[in-house]
Structures are given as C-alpha cells and as structure tokens.
Write a protein that binds this ligand. Sequence first.
Ligand code: MGD
Ligand code: MGD
Ligand code: MO
Length: 729
Amino acid sequence: MLERGFYFLVDLIIAGTMKNVVYAACPHDCPDACGVLITVENGRATRIQGDPSHPVTRGFLCAKVAKYLDRVYSPQRVLYPMRRVAPKGATAQGQHTNGPQTTDFERITWDQALKEITDRFKGIAAEFGSEAILPYSYGGTLGVLNAASMDRRFFHRLGASQLARNICSAAGEAGLKSVIGAKLGTEPEQFRHSRYTIAWASNIHGNNVHLWPFIQEARRAGAKLVVIDPYRTRTAACADWYLPINPGTDAALALGMMHVIINEKLHDAGYVEQYTLGFEELRQKVQEYPPERVAKFTGISVSDIVKLAREYATERPAVIRLNYGVQRSEGGGMATRAIAMLPCITGSWKEVGGGLQLSTSGAYGLNREALERPDLMVQSLGRPARTVNMVELGKALNMLQNPPIQALFVYNSNPAAVCPNHNEVVRGLRRPDLFTVVHEQFFTDTTDYADIVLPATTFFEHKELQTAYGHYYLQVSHQAIEPPGECRSNVELFRALAEHMGFEDECFEESVDQMMDAALTSENPWLKNINREQLEREGHVRLCFEEAKADSDSALSSFFLPFAKGNFPTPSGKAELYSESLKAQDLDPVVGYTPPSESRNGAKSGSFPLELLARKADNFLNSTFSNLPVTQQMEEVGLLEMNGRDARARGIADGDRVRVFNRRGDILLTARVDGAVQPGVVSAKLFWAKLSADGKNINVLTSEKLTDLGNSATFYSVLVEVELAKQTS
Ligand SMILES: Nc1nc2c(c(=O)[nH]1)N[C@H]1C(S)=C(S)[C@@H](COP(=O)(O)OP(=O)(O)OC[C@H]3O[C@@H](n4cnc5c(=O)[nH]c(N)nc54)[C@H](O)[C@@H]3O)O[C@H]1N2
Ligand SMILES: Nc1nc2c(c(=O)[nH]1)N[C@H]1C(S)=C(S)[C@@H](COP(=O)(O)OP(=O)(O)OC[C@H]3O[C@@H](n4cnc5c(=O)[nH]c(N)nc54)[C@H](O)[C@@H]3O)O[C@H]1N2
Ligand SMILES: [Mo]
C-alpha cells in the first residue's frame, strides 16, 4: 500500500492527468540531507528538484541526485528475489552480473527467499550458535528507520554478532568528542557571516555542495577561503589560498598553529579561563611543535604556518569546516582532536559565523533505544554477542573462529567495493560454506558473491524520517511512487524475516508511523515541540534551539551557538584540552602528532615511496551511482593522478597505463599528470571493481589497519609504488 502523507504541494488534475508534488528528503550518505520535491504524474515520477523553501537545500540538488529518475527507473535495478545458480564471483566467461537479465541467478518468490534464509539461519544457530551470523550495513540510506530500526531489532533478537560500524567517521567522532563532548558544530547558515573560512580536509564542492553558496556569500562581503588538502580539489581551485599538506600530518599543523597563537598571546584568555580545561598542559605541549619542525612534517612553509595561525586568530569571526578526510589516517583521531582545539582557544565559539563544523548529528537525540531495542539482545553465551569491526571484514571472514562466520547479511552497503583490503574481503566472500544474503537496489560488486539477492526500494518508494549531519533540520520523506517489481524497504524486509523466524515480540508489528512517533519521543529538549504530524505537514522543521536557551542574549537568539557560554557536554563540562579519559586509555591526554607508519614520515616509509589517496569521486557517492551511465558521464574513472616529478622519475607520461602496487595487491590505471597532487602523493578514486578494466578496485591497496582513536579505517594512510604497465598484445 502507498503510505502517502498529507504533504502535497500541488494536486492538479489536468486533462485526465493526475499530477502532484511530493515532499521527500534525500537519504544518501551526505551532510546536506536535502529537501526534494518529486513530481508524480499518473503514478510515475517525472521530475525531481531541490526544495526552494529548505534553508540549506535552497532549491538546487547535487549533479547526481538531480538525475535520480535515472536511478529509480534504471533497467539495471534488482526487482525480484533471486537465488544463485552459478558459482560465486566471476562466471566462466569472466563476466560479472550487472543486471536483471543475469543467468547467474534465478527468480524466486519472496516466500521462498524468506524461508530459505530463515531455515539457513536456524540451522547455523543450532550448529554454531547465532554469533556465526553477521549483519553488515552502512550508509546506503541514512533514513532513520531504514538505517537502524527493524534490522537492529531482528539481529538483536536473533543473537547475531554485532557490527561496529566504524568504516567512516569513528576516529573523527572520538577526536571531536574528546574536546567538545558532542557531534555539534556551526550551522551552515552561519557561514555567510564568517570573515575567514578554513576548509580543512573538506571538499565542499564535491561532498557538501550546499554549504558553498553560504561561503560565496561571505566571500562577496570580503571573507577569505583557505583550503588545506593534499589533493587540489575543485574547492581548492576556487579558494583564496590553497595549502597542499602532506597526508596524515594535520595534527602537526594544528599544533604548529597553536604554538604561534599561544606564544603570541592571540588566544582568548577569558574564554580559555572560563570554559576550557588543561590550557597550561597544552601551552607546554605546543612548545614541541615550532613552525620550523611542523614545516618538515607538513610540507607547508614556516611563513605560511605563521601567517595561517595569525590570520585565523585575528580575522573574526573565523570558522573551520573540518571534514572526515582528515581522520581516514592512522593518526586521524588525534588530528581531529588537535583541530577541534583551535576554536576553543580563540574563543570563536562565541561568534556568529565562528566555531567549527565536523558534524551536526549529535543534536537530534532521537530515541534510538526504542527504535533498535538493544534489550531484545539474546545472550546465548551468557554475555552480549561479540562485536566485529566492519573495517576488518576480510580478517573476520577468513580468520574468525569460535564460531566462524557462516552467514553474512548485507544491506545498505557494498563491502566488495568499499571495504579496505579488497582481496581479502573477496577471498572471504568466495568461501563456498559462507551463506551470503544481499538486499540491494542494484547488482553490485557484492551481489556477485551473494547466494540470495533481495530487491530494495529507493527513497521514492517508502516513507522515512530524516536527520542530517551537516545541518539542523528534521524531515519527513513521503512515499512518492509504488515500489517497482517486488522491492521492499529495509523495514518491511526485517519485519518479514522476523515473522518467518517465529519472533512474536510486538515490536516487529509496529507500523512506520508508530516507529517515527517512538523515535520522536525523547528527552532531548531540542525535539520538544516537534511531532510527526508537523513534520508531515511542513516537510522540514528546524530543531527547537531557541526555546531551550531562552536565557541567552536576544541578539544571538536566532542562531545556534552551542558553546558560546561553554556548556561542553564533556565529563568536566569544559572543552578538554587535557582529557582524563584519553589518559586512562594510555594515550596522550593532551594531544600529539605521530606520523602514520604508512607515510613518508613514518616507520615503513622505505618500502613503498608514494602516498596514495584512495579518494571518493565528486559525482558518485562512495560506490553508489558509479554504475549509472548518467553519472558515469560526469566522472572520468580509472585514473592515477600523479605529480610530473614522480611520473618522469619512472618514465611515465600522461595517458600511460600504469601498475600501482604494494604488498596487499595491485591495480592497473591510466596515469594522469595534472598537478592535482604534490610530489610523493598519488590519488585514485573509488569505483565498482567489476566495471574497471582489470576487474579490480582501489581498495586492493588499502589496509585493515585501524586509527589511533575510534578504531576506524585508514583509507588515506597507504604507501604504494607505481610502474609502467607491461604491454600485453
Ligand atoms: N560527491 C560525493 N559526496 C559525498 C561522498 C562521496 O563519495 N561523493 N561521500 C559522503 C561520505 S560517506 C562522507 S563521510 C562525507 C564526508 O566526506 P569527506 O571526509 O569530506 O570526504 P573525503 O573525500 O574522504 O575527504 C575530504 C578531503 O580530505 C582530503 N584529505 C585526504 N587526506 C587528507 C589529510 O591527511 N589531510 C587533509 N587536510 N586532507 C586530507 C581529501 O583529499 C578530500 O578532498 O561526504 C559525503 N559526500
Ligand atoms: N577507498 C575508499 N574506500 C572507502 C571510502 C573512501 O573514501 N575511499 N569511503 C568510506 C566511507 S566514508 C564510507 S561511509 C563507506 C561507505 O560504504 P557503503 O555504505 O557500503 O557505501 P556505498 O558504496 O554507497 O554502498 C551503499 C549501497 O547501499 C545500497 N542502498 C541504498 N539504499 C538502500 C536501501 O534503502 N536498502 C538497501 N538494502 N540498500 C540500499 C546502494 O545501492 C549501495 O550499493 O565507504 C568507505 N570506503
Ligand atoms: Mo562516509
């Protein structure tokens, strides 16, 4: 049944055509979480546009979502449950499955699929214990319900292994929270009031494009934009000042800046005194990082370090847009921690257009317990089920014992493309005794190893509640069209699986609306006056900050300044420049820079001389969108970008086929000598393995090594060598 809400902007009947506009919210893994308007004519979506009334979307969409009708109506979509009838992986002809016309699978009914899956699960649980079953999900949709609700209830009740969802942001989260206590930051609307913006590891044009108009507005009023990134992004190309930095050295740069700021007394002594803890320890620590030493690590000159520090501390208000690129590095937690200290010592949290944004997601405070029901967790071994880090999937599938993983249930993710150490992941996925289920919209790299593929809806086809990690609006996304074929949402899939398992708990019967109401029933004061009916009527609603801080200065009351008067939700209630909890973990309680072992400054620098940035593409979203012709047209794939000096030293010219390799694997790419990277750094983009010329993916080169804080992935601490590819006739 179509679960439409009440929010139709237009409802027209023109010459027998039923036309309406439905409010929805883009659920893809992006900070912008756009409000979108979908025009539906006679049951078919005919147009998508950004909602002009959404204060951050402001009427435009990114290039990929603007073409979303091509995704929804793609002939490549998975439409029916399918069962594997050919061996896993490449078929005999070396062909991979990339469409419903596959001969690798046969169509089955939903009932057959659900029965087969639950029979296998029951058998595995009886023989090995239910911990032998591993769910695997990440950011396919960030919709509140379809990302984490019925699925979690199901796996808790089943007693499956738990998944540490650390592939993206865990190091940054740990670093940020160690200083300011929460994932809160400057709202995008305030960037227009900034006089000095640092985009630090932040490819705003590519990954966060709805922030860009605010920055441009500020620049038209005279503000300066500085970009710190080892890759010359489109954002860097547009900046007033671009500082290429050696990968993984950001903690050193931030410490060097603080060296200048503190020693030149450019910090805000009043703010520091009232609202921070450990300034004296920090003052001592930064003495180890004079600009002369920092310049050697970072590749940024002494004069530039000094200038950056002085400008940042004196041009007011100054804001930092920090993004997650900085924490995909072995020392990423400490790097985030060091950068997060900057606005705390300059006191820029006090100012409209000041502060820092890494994420805003901590503001929502939805009732996750009600959604996920951790209380249902079956403790078959007298303790909570073990936790497997999703970054270490290769290790888990190949080496984990007691019990070994016997079943893998993938949804909202494409691990055969996005996981580090791809060769090991694929080795595990090929195991004949592993039972793999994949719930997907498309036949991805991962479905090539699935025993059962199940068809998933897109956000056009289900109702959802949507938060954001780059702004402070909550949205309801309405269902615009009927699901094609037999697609089911994640919520409906896990509801059906629970029924087939014989789980009788009432929560498996809750409707989507009931779950939304439960999510909104929370202690969080910022949600106090927001209910589903309002969201359904209005589409997007700003969190209620004004109400919660009625005592603050009236001039500031329309802006959200979470730390203007301290109020850091840390153990001490202050910004922690010194952290007892880091000390308890045997980590530097202040902050420090440790060169990544896989870097030119690091212990393994001799073995492979070049640092690889295994980056995201501006026109894909991780591996999503990389299979659609309409988005492929916008993105050149299969390139290794390198500096002229490194190319010449290896006899490589622009356009040559090159082999990029390290101990973990190798991949063939085409050299592009374009000035995007400095000497010593090379860069390549994430893409589906099976669509690449050699069937490989850049993650053959990345490692399962974890970050210093948060046990996150280290996609940007990778050493490689490059050589001309041997000619094959
Ligand atoms: N178009 C598009 N948008 C996306 C995504 C996508 O794939 N494509 N991905 C989404 C996801 S999953 C996320 S998590 C968000 C946030 O994603 P981000 O973390 O912002 O994205 P990245 O591209 O990983 O990193 C940002 C920038 O950091 C740079 N960088 C890499 N290493 C270093 C370093 O050591 N120091 C510094 N200073 N910079 C470094 C990279 O070159 C890159 O330009 O974006 C989301 N938005
Ligand atoms: N080399 C390298 N690797 C990386 C990164 C990098 O920068 N470089 N970035 C890392 C980061 S930051 C992240 S967040 C991860 C992302 O890892 P993933 O979250 O796995 O990201 P995607 O590649 O976008 O795959 C999501 C899949 O979910 C599917 N999907 C979408 N909506 C739904 C739905 O409603 N239901 C179901 N069942 N499926 C759905 C999509 O079709 C898509 O195939 O990748 C990481 N991997
Ligand atoms: Mo991510």
